[in-house]
Design a binder for this molecule. Structure first.
Ligand SMILES: CNc1ncnc2c1ncn2[C@@H]1O[C@H](COP(=O)(O)O)[C@@H](O)[C@H]1O
Length: 338
């Protein structure tokens, strides 16, 4: 194996943008899909994965998400997904992960969303020796304000392991403005926030970008489509960005990373995290994401190390920063980096 690729695998890594259900192993996804019709539909979606423009690709990804949501039907399913996700991160030498998920209930509400959260937190605690993980709760663009308020309440109730609030879902639905009161409340209680921004190249999306930047979340996800003015505001206000190479290339319809905005923000020494987004659906891991970046932009091992070190400052659970930096220091000493 290439020496640099090996380095990317060995270095302790930090994952800040991973949707729990999107991390599902493809073998597990296929097992959970019981009906042959759904299996065939997944085959077709897989074949058409990288066909068409941004809107078509987004539609494909979101149809997969709805198929996935329909086959995760009980707590055992989500426990399995959480367990396998953490195992995959551990074998990729990820030392700290912030996983995000939209809380849900099962069996017509007989199993409430608090049980969903507790099931995930239990698994996270079981793996704590091998990987430190924290939860971020997602508000979906299609939800009602009332549902979003409930999510905020859940986050408050499990404050030790829930470290933030995310805004995600189908970017065709421009609803940040509607949820702004919930995100304002999150700020009031010092709950960190991360907002998906600029996922579609349309006018409404670009307009929504302004509202999101005005809000000034703790971190932003993607920022694929934006105006120069928006770019300058994010740079000036130093709002950290979570960038997800494989996912961004796919949805932006780019041939390779040379056209990706990593370069611009990296050159400006902007706070950045490289992340996987949906490692199962996108068939990637954090090492391969970082390796792509290193190769495309000719980063040295030392620069990669420094990059991950600065990412550690963006962690929502501030108690974990020192832990990650210590692990990185030990690694640098062992590999004679400096
Ligand atoms: C392509 N980039 C993306 N943009 C926006 N939302 C995304 C996403 N990738 C994933 N999700 C959101 O995360 C959910 C799956 O995880 P959870 O069921 O919450 O654990 C998806 O249904 C979608 O709403």
């Amino acid at each position: 194996m290439d020496d640099v690729q090996c380095f990317c695998e060995l270095i302790p890594k930090i994952e800040l943008h991973a949707h729990l259900n999107g991390c599902i192993r493809s073998s597990t996804f296929r097992q959970l899909l019981s009906s042959p019709t759904d299996q065939t539909r997944l085959d077709t979606l897989d074949k058409e994965f990288s066909v068409g423009d941004t809107h078509a690709r987004m539609a494909n990804v979101f149809e997969k998400f709805s198929l996935l949501r329909s086959c995760v039907t009980n707590l055992d399913d989500i426990r399995r997904i959480a367990r396998e996700t953490l195992e995959d991160f551990i074998s990729d030498n990820v030392i700290y992960a912030e996983l995000r998920t939209r809380p849900r209930s099962f069996h017509n509400g007989k199993i409430p969303s608090s049980s969903y959260i507790e099931a995930i937190l239990d698994i996270m605690k079981k793996y704590e020796e091998k990987i430190c993980s924290r939860l971020i709760l997602s508000i979906d663009r299609t939800q009602t304000l009332e549902q979003a308020m409930e999510t905020l309440k859940l986050a408050e109730n499990y404050r030790t392991h829930i470290v933030g609030l995310d805004f995600s879902g189908d970017p065709n639905i421009k609803s940040f403005e509607r949820f702004r009161p919930v995100f304002d409340l999150a700020k009031q209680i010092n709950l960190s926030t991360t907002i998906h921004i600029g996922e579609l190249p349309d006018k409404e999306c670009i307009n929504e970008n302004n509202l999101i930047i005005d809000y000034k979340p703790t971190r932003l996800g993607h920022f694929n489509f934006r105006t120069n003015d928006q770019e300058q505001r994010v740079l000036k206000e130093q709002i950290p960005l979570e960038l997800c190479p494989t996912s961004n290339l796919l949805t932006m319809n780019l041939l390779d990373l040379t056209e990706h905005h990593f370069d611009l923000f990296y050159k400006n020494k902007h706070p950045l995290a490289i992340c996987t987004d949906d490692s199962g659906l996108m068939n990637c891991n954090l090492s391969s994401e970082l390796f792509q970046v290193v190769q495309t932009f000719h980063l040295t091992k030392k620069e990669l190390y420094e990059f991950i070190f600065q990412t550690s400052n963006l962690i929502f659970d501030k108690n974990m920063i020192e832990f990650c930096q210590k692990k990185l220091n030990i690694f640098s000493q062992q590999s004679n980096l400096f």
